[in-house]
Design a protein around this ligand. Structure first.
Ligand SMILES: Nc1ncnc2c1ncn2[C@@H]1O[C@H](COP(=O)(O)OP(=O)(O)OP(=O)(O)O)[C@@H](O)[C@H]1O
Ligand SMILES: [Mg+2]
Length: 251
């Protein structure tokens, strides 16, 4: 469904992604893990068009999207849930959810239909539409954000640490919703700090470090890989196989 090849991207100060190769299969839950600063969020931002790659390609359903702006990428059904709470605290739950439908704002009937759907799925949206988002707990805000994501009926949802900072009950709710999204034939690409949690549910695991994909495959097999522990103790892991691409200098 989505294919990244040799993607190089970064911020003003230099490249963070050093040639990322990644395939996301339709209907999968692909989970990226890796230490802080590995470039996980940067991968999601590059896919959603918030950053433009300086090299490499990103194809969605066989067509390149890496030169499109975020607006166009969003209209292809690729929606990103950012790492940090991105609700407007002084706006109500309903207003925040409605913002997710900005691209379809003139299609009133469709907008109402989608909103009804979000309400049916997320009790909080139905029960407390007029509460200010800023007065909700972290778990409640996350549920509203997930609801907002659905306003565009996305086929691919990019989620950056959806369970970050939540209590166990809220984490369970978030994961139940993610599983439901997959039953609805949406594809999920997510970043998760909690490797055990992420790899328990994921159908495909990806380990990033130093701006590259270092390992990928069956999540349970990756969990058993001794390199995984080394990585999380502050070490680095080598390429799984020699590549024919350019390598950054060692050191
Ligand atoms: N807006 C930015 N401007 C400049 N540098 C940035 C910016 N965002 C991230 N970086 C840098 O890019 C590198 C990768 O950051 P990124 O956020 O992609 O890492 P991550 O793997 O998501 O880490 P974390 O687990 O901490 O969320 C880091 O060195 C970070 O400092
Ligand atoms: Mg991050």
């Amino acid at each position: 469904m989505l294919s990244l090849k040799g993607v190089v991207a970064g911020y003003g100060g230099g490249n963070v992604l050093q040639g990322v190769d990644l395939d996301v299969a339709k209907g999968s839950i692909t989970c990226i893990v890796g230490p802080n600063g590995a470039g996980k969020s940067t991968v999601l931002r590059t896919i959603s068009g918030l950053l433009s790659p300086s090299a490499g390609t990103i194809d969605h359903l066989g067509k390149p999207i890496h030169k499109l702006n975020c607006h166009s990428i969003l209209s292809q059904g690729i929606v990103q849930l950012p790492q940090h709470d991105a609700l407007f605290p002084l706006m109500t739950v309903r207003e925040n959810v409605m913002l997710g439908g900005y691209l379809i704002r003139r299609k009133k009937a469709l907008l109402a239909e989608r909103y009804d759907y979000v309400e049916s799925l997320i009790p909080l949206v139905r029960e407390r539409p007029h509460d200010k988002a800023g007065n909700l707990s972290g778990g409640q805000r996350r549920m509203v954000e997930l609801g907002r994501t659905l306003m565009l009926d996305p086929s691919l949802i990019l989620m950056d640490e959806p369970s970050l900072g939540l209590d166990p009950k809220a984490v369970a709710q978030v994961w139940d919703l993610i599983k439901l999204f997959v039953e609805q034939e949406r594809t999920i690409l997510l970043v998760e700090q909690n490797v055990k949690l992420g790899f328990k549910v994921a159908t495909h695991g990806v380990i990033m470090e130093g701006g590259k994909v270092r390992r990928e495959g069956e999540p349970s097999a990756l969990l058993a890989d001794p390199d995984m522990a080394a990585l999380y103790l502050g070490g680095t892991i080598q390429e799984a196989a020699p590549t024919n691409g350019k390598e950054p200098d060692g050191g």
